[in-house]
Design a protein around this ligand. Structure first.
Ligand code: F6R
Length: 261
């Protein structure tokens, strides 16, 4: 696991955007795994700017989102399909037929989850999965005690997550209690992970995820077991990491990061 600490939120977001852009340039038909949430809004803004100013080309890319609420139609402003159109898909040249999210309106949710897993397999798996982290320690909506081998499935959200995310709804009571999420095992199968965390509110959970024991109580801690994971934090989110000076030392001295310093 590489932990990259950047001074400001903007620096951390720009860094993550650059890694994504380089991966897209390297493999134009990349299969991207995408996340939603507040942290990603600026990141998608940056990718849109790169598309407009630097011709970052999404025409051959495919995308799979981590999760979607159960019971919200695509046109509901709280749905993740709506979020993706608003922040990314409507502003870049990705073919919308190649953008996938779990269908939270499916009558048979279990069948929908199986079909989602099959669709990911049918394109050869996810090359690069973007992750945020919730204060409950979740990646995707894998709340505490999710099996670390879990696959895409319907889940019940924790009270912490409901309190955090309901503020994004015009009417907080509209926030669903359930969602479909890729499983922890599904995420671990992705060839590369980039976890982005910004702000002081993420400091405690980032310390647990990066330096704590690998445990289903903090599902994000499983990234410690991934062979190709980069955690990107701003200084605020990294502030409770005991190894933060060492992380900086590695970043300053590892030739892998030469082009990014
Ligand atoms: C959303 C997702 C979640 C968020 C996490 C952080 O698709 O998978 O795990 O990444 O809840 O959300 P923010 O960025 O709003 O703090």
């Amino acid at each position: 696991m590489d932990v990259v600490i950047r001074k400001s939120t903007e620096d951390a977001v720009n860094f993550a955007a650059r890694l994504l852009a380089d991966a897209i340039k390297c493999k134009p038909d990349i299969v991207l795994g995408l996340a939603t949430g507040r942290t990603m809004e600026n990141l998608y803004g940056r990718l849109v700017t790169m598309h407009k100013n630097d011709k970052l080309d999404f025409s051959l890319a495919r995308s799979f989102n981590l999760d979607e609420y159960v019971g919200l139609p695509a046109e509901h402003p709280g749905s993740y399909r709506f979020y993706m159109s608003r922040y990314l898909h409507n502003h870049v040249n990705i073919d919308k037929r190649n953008t996938f999210l779990p269908n939270g309106m499916a009558e048979d949710l279990a069948a929908e989850c199986c079909a989602y897993e099959k669709r990911i397999k049918s394109v050869g798996g996810i090359d690069l999965q973007l992750l945020g982290i919730g204060r409950s320690g979740h990646i995707g909506f894998n709340e505490p005690l999710s099996a670390l081998t879990s696959r895409t499935r319907p889940v019940v959200l924790t009270a912490t997550t409901i309190a955090e995310n309901s503020t994004l709804f015009d009417n907080p009571a509209d926030m669903p209690r359930r969602a479909i999420t890729m499983g922890v095992g599904t995420i671990m199968d992705c060839r590369r992970l980039i976890l982005l965390a910004t702000g002081e509110s993420k400091a405690e959970i980032i310390a647990k995820a990066v330096e704590g024991p690998v445990s289903s109580r903090v599902t994000a801690s499983v990234v410690q077991l991934h062979q190709n994971c980069t955690v990107i934090c701003d200084e605020a989110a990294a502030s409770q990491l005991e190894e933060r000076e060492y992380c900086q030392w590695v970043f300053d001295n590892d030739p892998m990061w030469d082009p990014y310093r």
